[in-house]
Design a protein around this ligand. Sequence first.
Ligand SMILES: Cc1cc2nc3c(=O)[nH]c(=O)nc-3n(C[C@H](O)[C@H](O)[C@H](O)COP(=O)(O)OP(=O)(O)OC[C@H]3O[C@@H](n4cnc5c(N)ncnc54)[C@H](O)[C@@H]3O)c2cc1C
Length: 245
Amino acid sequence: MKKKAYPFHRVCGEYISNEVRDFLKREALWPPDEVAEIRQFMLSSTDGKQATLPLDLGGFGISRYTLDLFLYQRAQQEGVEVLEKEQVLDVHKKNRRMQVTLQRGGMREVDMVLGAFGKRSRLDKTLQRSFMQQEGAYIGVKYHVKSDFDPHTVALHNFPGGYCGMNKVEGDRYNLCYLGSQKDLKTYGSIPEMEAARLHQNPLLKEIFTSSTFLFEKPEVITSVSFAKKAPIEQDILMLGDAAG
Ligand SMILES: Cc1cc2nc3c(=O)[nH]c(=O)nc-3n(C[C@H](O)[C@H](O)[C@H](O)COP(=O)(O)OP(=O)(O)OC[C@H]3O[C@@H](n4cnc5c(N)ncnc54)[C@H](O)[C@@H]3O)c2cc1C
């Protein structure tokens, strides 16, 4: 796969704790790309009061695009068949085997299915998972920006109704990503208006949003983010990651 200029992102903060560093190295899953070494944590309150402290363990910053591409290539090296531009529409058990229905046609019959399809997928609806009966109360919004923020600090800036994280990833890019309220988005009608009304109440966030260079044409947005409890196994599918809750 040719590496294009950031065509695809997932909404998340792109700060990874060093808890997993040894595991990734041991399993030959440590990306060859440059990562941002992060050793400090900065916290600010909704009115901009701030505290900075060293992180014992620390972490690293890497974009999902770079990390996911690398993991995809490693999987291929290990002989994994990856179906691109494909979606799973349904999974059900038949005669002790699992049948996986694919969007572009076809069906695979397998012994076991692991579900790693994130926080909210159409598959959750098909599987009639109980948390889907309620709308999630949060939204996630993500940008990449250029900024003169300290490259070794991960920041968490609070604002009324949510919080915004910032840390360096590759090159001179920073991830700027927040969890906000779905209700606020409805009230203010658009992302920029909500940001001006809510995020900019924290003067540190206002400074970041007004002085940084934004690198996406528009933000990546996910709506209906829910933190409801989920069952780890449903319809014989063992759930992993956010699909497990
Ligand atoms: C605003 C925000 C900030 C965050 N910041 C951080 C952070 O800084 N550090 C951190 O460690 N975590 C962070 N997280 C949490 C982190 O993003 C998730 O825990 C992590 O991405 C979960 O990984 P996953 O593989 O389970 O799901 P995902 O990363 O969501 O991946 C699921 C994949 O499944 C695919 N998929 C979905 N449905 C189907 C289907 N039917 N068929 C085929 N494919 C399907 C999706 O396209 C996607 O590629 C943040 C989350 C949010 C919302």
